[in-house]
Write a protein that binds this ligand. Structure first.
Ligand SMILES: *Cc1c(COP(=O)(O)O)cnc(C)c1O
Length: 244
């Protein structure tokens, strides 16, 4: 299905490499400001709408982690991916689709209900594996967003820990789009405090927060994984859907 993507021009490829360099520099700067080392922060390339050709270019340039949103799109592209990078699932996941991705990803960022966690554990058991997951927190409290509320999080964490074939490695959040840096810092700090509080009783390593518009602030607040799409690959183009 890679054929639905037109070949990329040299200029497009160079633009991705140039943006990757800028992002790496920004990550290094944010780490230095926060007294952290760059090794503490993983740069994930978010691949939605992006051709395997450009994704592989990023992998060849050293990107180690790819982030997938949509099951169908992922399955149509994944055979064309370089095998050097690990793939993690970051999108909203329906329970009936878990089986299709369970042995193709190394981490699921978007577990936000016990129902989904049970489906992940069951699918992992059928493959004889334990699946690491993050619990997705709706830190902005937006009704439209997925994620569990901070108030409900401790109970979900406790319930999920009882499941045999799943391990909770940390938390993930997609805050409302914020352009004001003070606002970014306030929200990410809230998330970090929640993470630290829960870590007193449950060992967790991963705090997945920060996207193209706010990753520097997220890193300064303790993010260990930033999910970057448009700042790396350029603005996303969604072709018009055919009728019917
Ligand atoms: C699309 C997406 C991203 C990346 O968004 P950008 O703003 O383009 O960096 C990160 N996380 C999730 C869950 C996404 O769906």
């Amino acid at each position: 299905m890679a054929s639905e993507f037109a070949p990329c021009s040299e200029a497009q490829k160079q633009a991705v490499l140039d943006r990757l360099q800028v992002i790496r520099q920004n990550i290094a700067d944010a780490c230095r400001e926060a007294g952290r080392t760059e090794q503490e922060v993983t740069l994930m390339a978010v691949t939605k709408t992006v051709s395997p050709e450009l994704i592989n270019l990023a992998v060849d340039a050293g990107v180690t982690t790819l982030g997938e949103n949509r099951v169908q799109e992922f399955l149509s592209k994944c055979d064309a991916y370089r095998k050097e990078a690990e793939v993690q699932f970051i999108g909203h996941l329906q329970t009936n689709k878990v089986k299709q991705i369970i042995d193709r990803v190394t981490l699921i960022h978007s577990v936000d209900s016990l129902h989904l966690a049970e489906a992940v554990s069951k699918a992992a058991a059928s493959k004889g594996i334990t699946m690491p997951v993050l619990l997705e927190v709706n830190i902005g409290g937006e009704a439209s967003k997925s994620g569990v509320s901070p108030a409900e999080l401790p109970d979900l964490l406790k319930a999920v820990q009882q499941l045999p074939n799943l391990r909770t490695d940390g938390l993930m959040t997609i805050p409302p789009p914020m352009t004001d840096e003070d606002e970014q810092i306030r929200v990410f700090t809230e998330m970090r405090e929640l993470f630290d509080r829960l870590r007193q009783s449950v060992p967790m390593q991963t705090l997945s927060m920060g996207m193209s518009g706010d990753y520097a602030a997220a890193i300064r607040c303790g993010s260990t994984l930033v999910r970057i799409g448009s700042a790396l690959f350029g603005a996303r183009y969604y072709p018009p859907k055919p009728e019917g």
